[in-house]
Structures are given as structure tokens and as C-alpha cells.
Design a protein around this ligand. Structure first.
Ligand code: ADP
Ligand code: MG
Ligand code: ZN
Length: 631
């Protein structure tokens, strides 16, 4: 049974009227006094005695606790009563009443009955509403064959029945999506693929006429924060259709069977509102490969099976497109990916230089800025940043401007916020000792000098020893002039040497090792390992792949695929490469020891220096350094 909005509203009004009628009837029946209007006038005790003598009294009601007497008289209109206080000593009152032929009613108020009465009076409306709602809901469900979707009487009676929001799918009217392709920058290829979907949703008839079978589902895959959710919304916004969205994790609940019911419900709702978009975010939470492993998850499998069934079952001619997003496409069940389901895969990759610039410009439009602003420079300094990172950088810049008490954000604000996003906020509370500060200065200048000595490679743009909340005590920033898509073996080796430069400087000057190089070591080892296992850049193993990348869109972890004996040799080779890089860095620093001292002292004093300052000082009376462009 399908229930449109109009019908639902009528039902709801009917329900309120019936409930109110029942309440009125019950309240007059149960508590007749409540509604009745009794006019009570105060009279004297003498008046009562007189009325009794005249045999005018009809009924007498005596309340024990306050000794009040309420009585009515024969011949009076209904609703008129008299009240007085009985004389406690008047033992003959009962006799007098008897003699007068009146009926006597004695009321002994007890606290308990009072409480119950109050309870009933106060809660009866709610009780009646609840009972009635429950009954109505049950009736509806029965008439729908018991699997019907929720009968929503509007959110106002939340929790009533059990019918409310069973699927949890948020229905957002297309006007409310408020996002179109204009709000997505840089993802031109993804937008291109999705344009067809938009067209299909706008004119399903045209496709039907020619007999084309359109994709039922498209899978948006890419790293976190690249705009997958945004793109899905934009498709709905462009086509002007409703957008049903649910997150994969919402399916996975405690009770078996609930997830499957949700899927069923979601598609039922979508069917009513077609053409529309059904969007399943983070689909890997429910669509994980089913396997015969020990840890089977019944609930998840049921949900997945239901999803597969629904995707086969819905009537595509109405114009329903299911979009899903994930950053772990390789973990998805193959059944989800076969033709007729999510057969289209739309990569949403990290933006390139032009894309980053476009995203920065889009978000900067909402911020008041103080020219000159060079967003290209920001884009250049942020390789690997996602759309979400970039939008965050713009926002952090604006926040910084406010903190500084300015009305407009400047280029400096944005540049500082790049560092905030990369390395965390400056941490003023970390007070380094004098010696530590010296060590950090030499460490960073060590990186910078080794970097500057390379023929190729990104120029140094900034060196700082201001501690960051990320735990970094300082860092050296290098920014590529142009975007690089390929890296040569020589460049990888150079990079390794730069990583080793920090520790090498510490050893050379202080003859000791500190924990400050931990991150450098980690990065260097990862790079060296990739060089050998994935890039085929070693003589020993040549072009043999020794590992595979898992979660390409997340952390790019490599797992070895070779025999244990080979793995040992891989470790040896990794060590050798790193050792060579370390030796090379040490050599460069030995040759430039004088400059190392000079620059480290300068950095120690100034705490933050630019790439230009660094290069000028480095090249002054220094024939060893090759001429290099400064950033
Ligand atoms: P995902 O779903 O891929 O993890 P989102 O779509 O949730 O990423 O993106 C998060 C936020 O990042 C968006 O709300 C938007 O502000 C910003 N963003 C990401 N990519 C883009 C883009 N290509 N253009 C504009 N803004 C973007
Ligand atoms: Mg998302
Ligand atoms: Zn370092």
C-alpha cells in the first residue's frame, strides 16, 4: 500500500480529532465533576439547620477532613449548591438530616485515591494518545502485509508506535541539497561522467524510448576528503531530484535483520519519490567482501544481500540512480560490482595543481581577502592535499585574520594556515632548553643544506624551529616549482639524503643522536622500501614486484609478497640504500661545515627564515654551492 503525502496528512488530522473526541467523552464519563459547572454559595450553619427543618434539603455531602458540608435544595436549579461548615459537636446532625428525608453522603478523602486521581487527570490525554496511536499503527501495518514502511504521523509524536523513521534515511528535497556542479572544483573527469546521470534523471523517457539501459549504480572511489559526498549531492542538485542519503555504518546495527529492513525501506521510499538519487556513503561498511573466514557477520551479510536484491529489483525506468562512495574499493564484494549494479566506477582523485588552485579559489570566494593574494603559491605548497584540506586551509586563514583583529585575510594568513594544516598549530607552551634549540637549529639547517646541494629537487622555501602541536620541533619546507608526476631514481636517492641530513648534522656537530630524527627515519625507510619492492630500482631484485599496496586510497601500506628468505634480503638492501644516503648527507655537511654553523646560528636567533634568506646566506662566498633558483 502506498501512501502519498496528502493522504498521510489527512490521516494525521483525523487521528488528532478522534483522539480529542475520545478524551472528551472519557473525561466526562470518568470525572463528571471536572466538566460540570457547580455554583456554590456560602451559607451559615443556621441556614442549613433552617433548611433541614423546612425539609427543603435534597442531598447532603459531608467531607470528614475539613468538616465541610455541601448540600442541595429541592426545587433549585441543577448546579446550585450551598456550603457551610458543620459543628463538630453537633451529634444530632445525622438525625436531623434523616428527619428531613435528605440523603447523606459522607466523603472520606484518602491521599492514595487523590494521587491516583491526579495521575489520571494529568496523564490521561497522553495515555489515550499513545494507546490510540499504537492501535492505529498496528492496524495500518496489518493492512500492509506487516512489512510496510513506517506510517509517519509527522515527527511531532516521536517514538509513538514503532513506525517512525525506520530506515533513518534522510529525505532532503532537491532544493535543500543546495549544491550543484558549480560547487565542486577541479574534479572535471568525475563531473563529466556524472553529467550523463544528471541527464538521465532529467529525461528518463528519452533513454527509455531508444531502449538504452542506463547504469543503476555508480561508485565514487577516491581518498577521503576529495569531494565524493559533495559530488553525489551535486548530481541531485543539478537534476533537481530528491536526494536520499544514508551512511553504510548506519546499516550495521545490533539486531540482526534491522539493516536489511532499512535497505528495503530506503528503496521503498525512493520508489515513491522517483526520479531520485539514493546515496550510500561509506559503502564499504556494509559491502565488504563476504568470505568464508571465521568472523562472519550475519547482520552485515543479510544487509548486503538485501542491497543486492534491491538493486536488481527496482524499476529503472522511473529514474532511480544509486550512487555510493568508498575509499576502499578493493575490499568491496565482487557481487556489488557486477554489471547492473555498481558497474560504473568514477575515480575522484586528489586534485592536481590546477585543481587545487580551483578549489582554493572557490572557497576563497566566501572569504574577505586583502590583495595581493596568490593562491597559485598556496596550491604549489600543498601537493597531496585533498579538497577538504584546502577548504580547511582557507578557513584557518580567515580564522587567523580574526585572531589578529583584522577584517580581511591576507596572503600571510593563508601561508601560515598551510603550515597549520600540515604541521599543526604553533605551540608556544613548548619551551625548549637552549641546548635543544641549538640541536633543532642544526638539524633543520642540515636538511636544508643537503637539499640545496642537490642538482635537481625542490627549493627550500621556509625553515622554522617553532614547535608545532603535531610534535614537530621544527621543519624545513620544500616546494616544487611544477607538479611532478614521475620521479627518477636519482631524485629518490636525493630525497633520501635530504631525510638523512637532519641526523647527520646532529652527529657532525654534537657527536650525539637524538630522538628528533624519528620521523625522518620513518619516511626514509618507507621510501627506500618502496624503491626496492615496488619501483624496481635495485640491482639485486630488478623489476620483480616484492609487495602489493593495500588501501591505495588510505595509507598506502605495502605488504610484502615474497618468500621469508627474500624478505630478509630486502631488509638488507633497504639498509644499504639508507646507509649510502646517510653517508652522502654527512659528506655534504662536512664540506659545508662552516656554512652549517653560520646558518644554524642565524636560524637559532630568528627562529623562522625564508628560502631566500637561506639561499643568500648559503651562497655568500661559497663556491661549492651550485647556482639555484630561489622560491
Ligand atoms: P569525501 O566524501 O570524498 O570524503 P566530502 O565530499 O565530504 O569528501 O568533502 C568534504 C568537504 O571538502 C566538502 O564539503 C567541501 O567543502 C570540500 N571539498 C572537497 N572536495 C572539493 C572540491 N572538489 N571542490 C570544492 N570543495 C571540495
Ligand atoms: Mg564522504
Ligand atoms: Zn628532520
Amino acid at each position: 500500500m502506498e501512501m502519498d503525502d496528502h493522504k498521510r496528512r489527512r490521516n494525521m488530522i483525523l487521528y488528532v480529532i478522534i483522539a480529542m473526541a475520545i478524551y472528551l467523552v472519557l473525561s466526562t464519563l470518568l470525572f463528571p465533576n471536572l466538566g460540570q459547572h457547580v455554583q456554590i454559595s456560602q451559607v451559615s450553619y443556621t441556614q442549613l439547620l433552617k433548611d433541614l427543618e423546612d425539609k427543603k434539603v435534597d442531598t447532603v455531602q459531608y467531607t470528614t477532613d475539613d468538616a465541610s458540608v455541601v448540600y442541595t435544595r429541592k426545587g433549585d436549579d441543577e448546579g446550585i449548591a450551598y456550603e457551610t461548615t458543620a459543628m463538630p459537636t453537633d451529634a444530632q446532625l445525622t438525625d436531623r438530616i434523616n428527619d428531613a428525608g435528605a440523603t447523606l453522603d459522607v466523603v472520606v478523602p484518602s491521599n492514595d485515591s487523590n494521587m491516583l486521581l491526579y495521575f489520571l487527570i494529568y496523564f490521561s490525554p497522553i495515555l489515550i494518545f499513545l494507546l490510540f496511536g499504537w492501535w492505529l499503527n498496528r492496524k495500518m501495518k496489518k493492512s500492509m502485509g506487516d512489512d510496510g514502511p513506517s506510517m509517519n504521523f509527522g515527527g511531532g509524536f516521536g517514538g509513538m508506535g514503532g513506525g517512525l523513521g525506520k530506515s533513518g534515511a534522510r529525505i532532503v528535497a532537491s532544493k535543500d541539497v543546495g549544491v550543484t556542479f558549480k560547487d565542486v572544483a577541479g574534479q572535471e573527469e568525475a563531473k563529466e561522467s556524472l553529467k550523463e546521470v544528471v541527464d538521465f534523471l532529467e529525461n528518463p523517457k528519452r533513454y527509455e524510448d531508444i531502449g538504452a539501459r542506463l547504469p543503476r549504480g555508480a561508485l565514487l572511489v577516491g581518498p577521503p576528503g576529495t569531494g565524493k559526498t559533495l559530488l553525489a549531492k551535486a548530481v541531485a542538485g543539478e537534476a533537481g531530484v530528491p536526494f536520499f542519503s544514508i551512511s553504510g555504518s548506519e546499516f550495521v546495527e545490533m539486531f540482526v535483520g534491522r539493516g536489511a529492513a532499512k535497505v528495503r525501506d530506503l528503496f521503498k521510499q525512493a520508489n515513491e519519490k522517483a526520479p531520485c538519487i539514493v546515496f550510500i556513503d561509506e559503502i564499504d561498511a556494509v559491502g565488504k567482501r563476504r568470505d568464508a573466514g571465521l568472523s562472519t557477520n550475519d547482520e552485515r551479510e543479510q544487509t548486503l544481500n538485501q542491497l543486492l536484491t534491491e538493486m536488481d529489483g527496482f524499476d529503472n525506468h522511473k529514474g532511480i540512480v544509486v550512487l555510493a562512495a568508498t575509499n576502499r574499493p578493493d575490499s568491496l564484494d565482487p557481487a556489488l560490482l557486477r554489471p547492473g549494479r555498481f558497474d560504473r566506477r568514477i575515480p575522484v582523485e586528489l586534485p592536481d595543481l590546477a585543481g587545487r588552485k580551483a578549489i582554493l579559489e572557490l572557497h576563497a570566494k566566501d572569504v574577505k581577502t586583502q590583495p595581493p593574494i596568490d593562491l597559485t603559491a598556496i596550491a604549489r605548497a600543498t601537493p597531496g592535499a585533498s579538497g577538504a584540506d584546502l577548504s580547511n586551509i582557507i578557513n584557518e586563514g580567515a580564522l587567523r585574520a580574526v585572531r589578529m583583529g583584522r577584517a580581511r585575510a591576507t596572503q600571510e594568513d593563508f601561508e601560515e594556515s598551510v603550515e597549520v594544516v600540515i604541521a599543526g598549530q604553533q605551540r608556544k607552551s613548548t619551551i625548549l632548553s637552549d641546548h635543544e634549540k641549538q640541536v633543532v637549529s642544526y638539524h633543520e639547517i642540515g636538511h636544508a643544506i643537503v637539499a640545496a646541494s642537490m642538482k635537481e629537487g625542490a627549493p627550500v622555501t621556509k625553515i622554522t624551529i617553532v614547535p608545532r602541536t603535531s610534535g614537530a620541533l621544527g621543519y624545513t619546507m620544500q616546494v616544487e616549482e611544477d607538479e611532478k608526476f614521475l620521479t627518477t631514481k636519482q631524485e629518490v636517492l636525493d630525497k633520501l639524503a635530504v631525510y638523512c641530513g637532519g641526523r647527520a648534522a646532529e652527529e657532525l656537530i654534537f657527536g650525539e643522536m637524538t630522538t628528533g630524527a624519528a620521523n625522518d627515519i620513518e619516511q626514509a625507510t618507507k621510501l627506500a622500501r618502496n624503491m626496492i619492492t615496488r619501483f624496481g630500482m635495485s640491482e639485486e631484485f630488478g623489476m620483480m614486484a616484492l609487495g602489493t599496496v593495500q588501501n591505495a586510497y588510505l595509507n598506502q601500506d605495502t605488504s610484502l609478497t615474497c618468500a621469508p628468505g627474500t624478505a630478509e634480503r630486502v631488509d638488507d638492501a633497504v639498509l644499504k640504500v639508507i646507509e649510502q644516503a646517510h653517508a652522502r648527507a654527512l659528506q655534504v655537511l662536512k664540506e659545508n661545515k662552516f656554512k652549517l654553523h653560520e646558518l644554524a646560528r642565524y636560524l637559532y636567533k630568528k627562529e623562522t627564515i625564508t628560502g631566500e634568506e637561506f639561499m643568500t646566506l648559503l651562497k655568500r662566498e661559497n663556491p661549492l654551492m651550485p647556482p639555484k633558483p630561489t622560491a
